[in-house]
Design a protein around this ligand. Sequence first.
Ligand code: RB5
Length: 153
Amino acid sequence: MRLALASDHGGFTLKEAVKAWLQEWGHEVVDMGVHNPQPVDYPDVIGPAAAAVSRGEVERAVVLCGTGIGASLVANKYPGVRCALCHDIYTAKMGRMHNDANILAMGGRVLGEGLAKEMLKVWLETPFEGGRHARRLGKVSEIEHRILGGKGP
Ligand code: RB5
């Protein structure tokens, strides 16, 4: 899978670990920064990764900040993005099964690396269930189109 990866300073250490795991598992990683732990504003780095998903340049993305909250807020502003802020294996799994999440947000100051690695694996491997969940996501898309007028990033 080709994935974008981005974090602010709060997610930098975990981003570096995520990058290594993704590469170890054979994925293509587009690392969109940050490349050092100097403070930055999370919209500046998370936005381009979410835009890459929105435009179909990558299949999925992983975004990180201190809590994952700011990163998920930004990502979900982009058309076609379904970003799930996950804290455990259950939410990572359900984010795929029920929400077809194409971006995973995690908090670098919240999660230990062992848990984050398991969450990432589950999120990558769990398929979308479709069915009634597809109908519900269709309604989410309708809201997006109504509000954004179908504008691209
Ligand atoms: C940065 O200190 C922190 O606010 C940021 O990483 C993130 O947690 C925001 O949601």
